[in-house]
Design a protein around this ligand. Structure first.
Ligand code: FES
Ligand code: FES
Length: 602
């Protein structure tokens, strides 16, 4: 039950009308407009919501607002008395301790608390003090350096100069003060909160969806199901195989099947749980082996009917199959002194950006929708929405906010169409956030892979031929699987001169969350396989891994498997310099390992 409360925030007494059982984080952000504290997990794990309570750092997502009446609350917005930067904030800016900036307010708050109790902390003490603040971008070194600099009283001056000068990020000041606006930081008067009803089945026909019970709940304003959307419309990155809401069947646990909007996030979640979906289960396709078996259940029965951005071969559960051959690999392998075959597998990896997906949509009287969102490709989102909903692009305006880490995981459409649909239906602005659980269920992680590599070598250290089969598990929808497979096939040969290559690649549907870009789609999987095998061969043949690579690296004018002629080739020099830098061949220290891998990118 809401009641009036007085909160002492940043030296001022603020009156709020709130539920004492709501979190301090929600109250600060949504009732007082202090959005410097961020919600990364809502669960006490990430530290993005850190504030000071009576001078002590606390995760405000774990504190109930009713418990902090009459306590001194300090947020990032209140750290500087004069509106400028504290020496610590200056140090963060000058030392380059800020990248996406989503974690920055929390880190500054934790470090402020540390410096107030220990003016000269050691590096281990600094690391201990910020251990509860996760940063996905920086690697922490610059953050520790900034805190040390502030502790030592170092005058941190922001440089600004010509090329060659290490300048501060243009947006560093707004990020270090908590003023930078991320997807969830926008609010509109009268806004509702949206929630997604997600499939609980990996593969099933939808028999019926009943929203009546949800809509009867006081405070629930709208519900949307796929049946209300124009049928036959799809979107996708490479292949248009996905609908905004599942209509006839679901293809993974977590797939959106309906939407609700309500007065509070809690009520929206309750309403989503009250939507009744009945299913008729279908045999699930859990992995690549099942998917590629001759009698496998089809994840997409209409695969051959889908429109595509570019044409790839589609067969069974493979939404793209690609083949590249050059030379005569069979004959070359038969003539080699040794032939090695190995299979490498990698797993799904979520990009683990600290900021979850967040969008807010508002419709005007003409039905034109504005969406504030955390997305790496706002223009593509507009195109995808237009494709998937049949709306003209002029009806959709997408405003890209600061992004709290993306790493490729925010390249595809997320909550944008959901917020837009609910805003149109309810005629009120609608804000939506993905929980961390939803992120793991239904975002677009890196593809799991299975890559089999066969390489033929002669005793003179020359690699003669390579055959590779690249299989990427693209999950329920193609996402950028076809592109990722193409990139992986290009990379799996490595930057090595090969006269004979035989490559095949497939992006394979399974009943798992749809995979997507993650820092070089397809690249790490392919390089892990190709380069691991180089090391295995070197070990088996008794060759130095560096010498083996140098004996085979591409040179100026070489032609690759798919026919590209190379120019400006520096891989030999790169390897030699890298080897010199680590003292290749020297005796390793205890607890030290020195390894080498070599790759390239398109
Ligand atoms: Fe509070 Fe992550 S610790 S949002
Ligand atoms: Fe720390 Fe991006 S700068 S999460």
């Amino acid at each position: 039950m809401k009641r009036g409360m007085n909160l002492k925030v940043n030296g001022l007494v603020r009156e709020v009308y709130a539920n004492p059982g709501e979190t301090l984080l929600f109250c600060l952000r949504e009732r007082l407009g202090l959005t410097g504290a961020k919600e990364g997990c809502g669960d006490g794990e990430c530290g993005a919501c850190m504030v000071l309570i009576d001078g002590q750092p606390r995760n405000s997502c774990l504190v109930l607002v009713g418990d902090v009446e009459n306590r001194e609350i300090t947020t990032i917005e209140g750290l500087s008395a004069d509106g400028g930067l504290t020496p610590l904030q200056e140090a963060f800016v000058a030392k380059g301790a800020i990248q996406c900036g989503f974690c920055t307010p929390g880190l500054v708050v934790s470090a402020t608390a540390l410096l107030s109790r220990n003016s000269n902390p050691s590096e281990p003490e600094i690391r201990e003090a910020i251990a509860g603040n996760l940063c996905r971008c920086t690697g922490y070194a610059k953050i520790v350096e900034a805190i040390r600099a502030a502790a030592c009283g170092e005058q941190c001056v922001r440089e600004d100069g010509p090329l060659g000068t290490s300048v501060a990020r243009l947006d560093a000041v707004e990020k270090v003060t908590g003023k930078a606006q991320f997807g969830a930081d926008v609010s509109r008067p009268g806004q509702l909160w949206g929630a997604v009803v997600r499939s609980t089945r990996p593969h099933a026909r939808i028999v019926g969806i009943d929203t009546a019970r949800a809509l009867a709940m006081p405070g629930v304003a709208a519900a949307v199901t796929g049946a209300e959307l124009t049928p036959g419309l799809y979107y996708g990155v490479d292949l248009y195989d996905q609908q905004v809401l599942a209509r006839d069947k679901v293809r993974h646990v977590g797939e959106p099947v309906a939407l609700v909007a309500a007065e509070t996030p809690e009520l929206a979640a309750e309403a989503a749980a009250a939507v009744e979906v009945s299913y008729e289960d279908l045999p699930p396709v859990h992995d690549i082996d099942v998917a590629l078996a001759p009698d496998a259940p089809l994840v997409h029965e209409d695969l051959l009917k889908y429109e595509a951005g570019w044409n790839a071969i589609r067969e069974g559960n493979a939404c793209s199959a690609t083949y590249i051959t050059r030379g005569d690999t069979d004959a070359a392998l038969a003539a080699c002194d040794r032939v090695f075959t190995h299979t490498f597998e990698t797993q799904i990896i979520h990009q683990s950006y600290i900021e979850p997906h967040a969008s807010l949509a508002e419709a005007d009287a003409d039905g034109k929708v504005t969406i504030w969102t955390t997305n790496q490709k706002p223009f593509a989102v507009r195109r995808y929405m237009s494709h998937a909903l049949g709306w003209p692009m002029t009806k959709i305006r997408v405003i890209g906010m600061h992004i709290g880490g993306g790493f490729g995981g925010k390249l595809e459409m997320g909550l944008e169409p959901f917020a837009a649909l609910l805003a149109l239906k309810s005629r009120r602005p609608v804000k939506m956030l993905m929980s961390r659980k939803e992120e793991f269920q239904a975002a677009n992680p890196r593809h799991a892979s299975r890559i089999t590599v066969t390489t033929g070598v002669n005793r003179d250290m020359k690699m003669v031929a390579r055959r590779a089969e690249v299989l990427l598990d693209t999950g329920a929808y193609s996402g950028n699987g076809p592109t990722a497979v193409g990139l992986a096939m290009f990379l799996v040969t490595g930057p090595y001169h090969l006269d004979h290559v035989d490559l095949s690649g497939k992006a394979v549907y399974t009943n798992k969350a749809s995979s997507g870009s993650c820092r070089g789609p397809g690249g790490p999987q392919a390089v892990f396989a190709g380069e691991s095998q180089i090391d295995i061969i070197a070990r088996e043949m008794g060759w130095d891994p560096l010498a083996f690579r140098l004996a085979n690296v591409v040179e100026e004018g070489d032609v690759l498997g798919a026919g590209q002629r190379l120019q400006d080739v520096g891989v030999r020099e790169c390897l030699e310099q890298a080897a010199a830098a680590v003292g290749w061949g020297r005796e390793e220290e205890p607890d030290e390992g020195v390894g080498l891998a070599c790759s390239w990118w398109t």
